[in-house]
Design a protein around this ligand. Structure first.
Ligand code: ZN
Length: 62
């Protein structure tokens, strides 16, 4: 099966005007002020939420 109508360049560009990727959104860690992904543990200090902070082992060689 073929498309019934050819897509014009303008129509193609309008459709693809929504296809651009955006950078990952980050929030500031309230514990240390570093940029972190929301809902994820902070890579710098391991802070997740009040009452939960993962241990950050700086000597992880694996
Ligand atoms: Zn942090």
């Amino acid at each position: 099966m073929h498309p019934t109508h050819r897509t014009s360049p303008g129509r193609k560009r309008r459709r693809r005007s929504h296809h651009a990727l955006r950078g990952a959104h980050t929030t500031l860690c309230p514990n240390c002020g570093e940029n972190k992904l929301p809902h994820c543990a902070c890579a710098n200090c391991g802070y997740v939420r009040p009452g939960l902070q993962l241990k950050t082992e700086t000597s992880e060689e694996d």
